[in-house]
Design a protein around this ligand. Sequence first.
Ligand code: CP
Ligand code: NVA
Length: 305
Amino acid sequence: MKKMDLLSIGNISNEEINEILDLGKKVKKDKAQYAETLKGKSIGLVFQKPSNRTRVSFEIGMVQLGGYAIYLGPSEIGMGGRESVKDVANVLSRYLDGLIARTYKHADLEDLAKHATVPVINGLSDYAHPCQALSDIFTIKEKFGTFKGITLSYIGDANNVLNSLMCASAKIGLNIKIATPKGYKPDKRAADAAKSCAAVSGARIEFSHDPKSAAKAADIIYTDVWVSMGQEKEAKKRMRDFNGFQINDNMMKLTNKNCLVMHCLPAHRGDEITDSVIDSKYSVIYDQAENRMHIQKAILLKLLA
Ligand code: CP
Ligand code: NVA
């Protein structure tokens, strides 16, 4: 049987998304039932960038499924430097049953998946963060019970998190309004894919450079950092360019009543979002973070069991 990778939301079908969401719900409800499902299996976390949520939830999630996880940080593997991506992929495939990779370049991840004979899961690249998007839509389903008629407004940077979130929303029929500053247009490949999926699901998808108009009629406000890992040199310019995009109390006044607040974390409090909003009763950031664990356990079960 051909191995299945999870590199981006575009790589998986609606049926597979629903399967992962359903399995995530079961895993969350009855942890004990899955305690031995991956007994004897091992995964490697090949990470080129730091991580809290992705690393801990995958490592502990794998242990909770009866398996074993080994963390291989940048100083251990040196993928693409000390050793080629191809050699890393082939060697680790002889030792492990699956790879979770966090890379700078999405192309490196694709290369890893091409050469690995075991499933490769994207733990974040410069292009996509599919595990985040899957747990985010899981959280939304938990909170609203449906995707139909719900509008998520993403206000902030056109980055990896947005690419995956807009594709997932478009596929499952969640309306999404996106506001990014001028000069920070969403990736064309991801936006085109999202538009075609929205045409099928009936989701409304809107792009603008106007954060206030995006906030209007939002049931969920979502934001992410203005400076992603690897963009540190652009920090000063970005802070200027994102002026007016902060999620603060005034922005929240424009949304629907009881509008939820989401952020993938880590947050730069005081930049893209204020303490008053991220710590408000409408914020579901820690539920999002917790759900990473449940959904990734479902992904591991689907790809490795
Ligand atoms: N949201 C997320 O992926 O967090 P980490 O970078 O801490 O893994
Ligand atoms: N866009 C952020 C997400 C971190 C989870 C980054 O890539 O750094």
